[in-house]
Design a protein around this ligand. Structure first.
Ligand code: NAD
Length: 321
């Protein structure tokens, strides 16, 4: 069937800064033919839907409207951005107590409307909440993913592109693990035109890679703290990261993206959600790629998994079930 004849319905739960920026970016692409917004704040949803809809004469056809959880039933994609956001200086993991309860109640409501949709968790701490959503919804792991480190990988590619003075689209590099302080910059997989960054940087003589690579990884890790200090929220790059995930799913692209998935022994890690390279298509994650990490990268990934497991162990999920 032609793509234009297939229904492509996206439900966005949480019409705050991230949810609406995603909608604004998505409506330009022609990817979705229906975008449904849900939020506790129904007045806000009304206003956002009006504001977005008034731009429809300038973008490909799409119906944008306020909805409710029954809209999940025939959705292709559910994007969850509802919940509290970081205050200046606050870590993502610190949001857990405020957001676990919200995500559990949202999942319980989604469960009442049986759906084949793929769910993408965005609310922080995204890895822990992806795990909680899987436990609540009991769907196959492939259909519940977290946006994970796709945003961090994008920041990494941008900062390397500035460093190497190369178009960011030609820089291939990945951040794996937690979307947060224990994330892992995987230098062994970074390359430009197939040339490993470890060989590329010394050859161009612009920098001392031993010093500057650590600085770049730190800048990637600390980006969100700085943006939140400056403007209170982050929304544009995450909005575009979510459009990229939506493209991979709605167009069944088989694209490789770093998203958060429940690991079952891959990378020697079990029963925790964190980001690794995944092939994504219409049904969600089609394949988890087992990359060859260096020993220190593998150790750092296992440390990241332990950090997430510690946070999970602090929540008494049973109190919400
Ligand atoms: P925001 O405060 O602007 O919006 C949150 C929205 O959620 C509000 O409109 C609120 O009314 C709504 N909400 C709260 N509880 C709800 C419920 N039970 N049901 C429906 N709606 C509910 O916040 P934001 O800046 O849009 O951030 C949203 C989340 O996304 C935060 O947790 C933030 O940390 C996270 N975030 C994640 C990434 C990432 O890369 N994963 C990047 C940026 C932000």
């Amino acid at each position: 069937m032609e793509m234009s004849k297939i229904s492509r319905k996206v439900v966005v739960i949480g019409a705050g800064a991230v949810g609406t920026t995603y909608c604004y970016a998505l409506m330009h692409t022609g990817l979705a033919n229906e975008i449904v917004l849900i939020d506790l704040d129904t007045e806000r949803v009304k206003g956002e839907v009006m504001d977005l809809s008034h731009g429809l004469p300038f973008v490909p056809p799409v119906n944008i409207r306020a909805g409710n959880y029954a809209d999940c039933k025939d959705a292709n994609l559910i994007i969850v951005t509802a919940g509290a956001k970081q205050e200046p200086g606050e870590s993502r993991l610190n949001l857990i107590n405020r957001n676990a309860e919200i995500i559990i109640s949202i999942c319980k409501t989604i469960k009442k409307h049986s759906t084949e949709a793929v769910l993408v968790m965005v609310t922080n701490p995204v890895d822990v909440l992806t795990y909680i959503a899987i436990k609540q919804l009991q769907w196959p792991r492939e259909r519940i993913i977290g946006s994970g480190t796709l945003l961090d990988s994008s920041r990494f590619r941008y900062m390397l592109s500035q460093h190497c003075r190369i178009d960011p689209r030609n820089v291939h590099a990945y951040i794996l693990g937690e979307h947060g302080d224990s994330e892992v910059a995987v230098w062994s997989m970074a390359h430009i035109a197939g040339v490993s960054i470890k060989d590329y940087c010394p050859a161009c003589l612009n920098c001392d890679p031993t010093k500057e690579h650590d600085l770049i990884a730190a800048k990637v890790r600390e980006s969100a703290y700085h943006i939140i200090d400056y403007k209170g929220i982050t929304c544009y790059a995450i909005g575009l990261s979510l459009v990229r995930i939506s493209e991979a799913i709605l167009r069944d692209e088989q694209s490789l993206l770093t998203v958060s998935i429940l690991l079952r022994g891959e990378y020697n890690i079990n029963d925790i959600c964190l980001s690794v390279p995944c092939v994504m298509g219409r049904t969600g994650v089609v394949k988890v790629i087992q990359a060859n990490l260096s020993d220190s990268e593998q150790t750092a990934l296992e440390t990241s998994a332990r950090t997430l497991r510690n946070t999970l162990s602090q929540i008494d999920v049973s109190q919400y079930t």
